[in-house]
Design a protein around this ligand. Structure first.
Ligand code: 2BA
Length: 109
């Protein structure tokens, strides 16, 4: 068994959860915050049998589209006045950051 830990955009999360649930997967949703943008995102925990892993990964790939977004960098740079000012940066968001880990044991008690 594997545990998929998928960090996705909030706006993709409802559709992704619906698709996964319809396909028979168990899903837990966590409200999380990205360290760089300091914006909310969603982390899904999905426990899957090994033979269903690739199907779940396909659903995640289909639903989560990557796109560009202009954000204010939390790391300010010095302006001419010597004051530190935030500046806009273009980042790619969406898609999904996915970790797949082996599950040593799975019990429902
Ligand atoms: P954030 O940390 O808020 O990052 C949002 C997006 O900002 C990233 O998208 C990336 O495109 C960009 N970014 C991140 N750090 C950057 C930096 N130092 N300089 C320039 N741009 C930077 P993704 O890579 O798709 O990551 C989306 C979210 O997935 C992240 O939100 C974070 O919550 C999570 N994540 C990504 N890599 C991770 C990792 N190695 N471990 C744990 N969580 C991770």
């Amino acid at each position: 068994m594997k545990l998929i830990i998928a960090v996705v955009q909030d706006e993709d999360s409802q559709k992704l959860i619906s698709r996964l649930m319809k396909a028979g997967y168990g899903v837990t949703k966590l409200a999380t915050t990205g360290g760089f943008l300091r914006a909310g995102n969603t982390t899904l925990l999905i426990g899957v049998d090994n033979e269903r892993l690739e199907n779940a990964m396909g659903i995640i790939e289909n639903v989560c589209k990557s796109r560009k977004q202009v954000a204010t960098s939390p790391t300010p740079m010095a302006g001419a006045t010597g004051m530190y000012v935030p500046y806009p940066v273009e980042v790619t968001v969406g898609g999904a950051t996915v970790f797949v880990v082996n599950v040593e044991e799975f019990r429902k008690i």
